[in-house]
Write a protein that binds this ligand. Structure first.
Ligand code: ATP
Ligand code: MG
Length: 239
């Protein structure tokens, strides 16, 4: 079996910069404005994690936490047929792929954490190769309490998510929407608090400049972030 240290994305330059793709065992955040392609990227990652290895996938299962009911299995299968035609034209593959992606719609952060707590020990053994939370903000928004208590509660849940990534050695990808860059991004992080900044190992910033979409690898505030262009077509996210 192939070494599962990274989940390759469909973007070569990004994979090179990430030393192979989305790393296992840590939390990766996708951040950007509405409609930029965060969910499209998650759908593609889900396919790449669950495709049989003979077609270049990781042959695993995926847990997709769909907090805003934006997951579309129809769109996912469309991306599958167009990106991996050989695989998807094989008998029964579309159904098989759909069966490997478990979509959950928890109604609260606590409900999500409780169910994750029950399965966290067996994630790796059950061949889960990707956990997606799309989006994180919607999950956190449901936490009722206010003020310092709220910060404490969010901090606990966020640390728990990070510990699940470390313990189960699977990649966890979470999305967050910001209205625009810079000012909004700052308010976004102060809203989620310091715990959030510490829990995330890799941040991919999605943005659009002069009609071209980019993913920026914003790992460090010291080095200038690398930007990789992408398009969204019938095959989903592509170069
Ligand atoms: P939000 O923060 O609101 O969830 P998002 O970043 O998740 O936004 P996506 O839903 O991933 O955004 O991207 C939506 C965009 O994907 C659409 O605006 C459209 O440009 C593109 N798109 C969706 N389906 C197709 C398709 N079949 N063909 C081409 N482009 C598509
Ligand atoms: Mg989305």
């Amino acid at each position: 079996e192939r070494m599962a240290g990274h989940l390759p994305t469909c973007l070569k330059g990004l994979d090179n910069a990430l030393c192979g793709g989305i790393p296992f065992g840590v939390v990766t955040e996708l951040v950007g404005p509405a409609g930029i392609g965060k969910t499209q990227f998650c759908l593609k990652l889900s396919l790449l994690a669950s495709l049989p290895s003979s077609y270049g996938g990781l042959d695993g299962s995926v847990i997709y936490i769909d907090t805003e009911s934006k997951f579309s299995s129809r769109r996912m299968i469309e991306i599958g047929y167009n990106s991996f035609p050989e695989a998807f034209h094989a008998e029964g593959m579309a159904q098989e792929m759909a069966g490997r992606i478990l979509v959950l719609r928890p109604t609260s952060l606590s409900e999500f954490t409780d169910s994750l707590q029950k399965i966290r020990v067996s994630l790796f053994q059950h061949g889960v190769k990707l956990l997606i939370i799309d989006s994180m903000a919607a999950l956190l928004a449901g936490e009722g309490v206010q003020g310092p208590q709220r910060q404490h509660s969010l901090g606990w849940h966020i640390s728990f998510i990070k510990s699940v990534a470390e313990f189960s050695r699977i990649p966890i990808v979470v999305t967050n929407q910001v209205r625009s860059q810079s000012r909004d991004e700052i308010s976004h992080y102060s809203f989620q608090g310091i715990h959030w900044a510490h829990a995330v190992s890799i941040r991919l910033v999605f943005e659009s400049r002069s009609g071209q979409r980019f993913i920026k690898l914003a790992k460090s505030s010291l080095s200038p972030p690398l930007a990789f262009p992408f398009n969204i077509t019938s095959s989903g996210i592509s170069l």
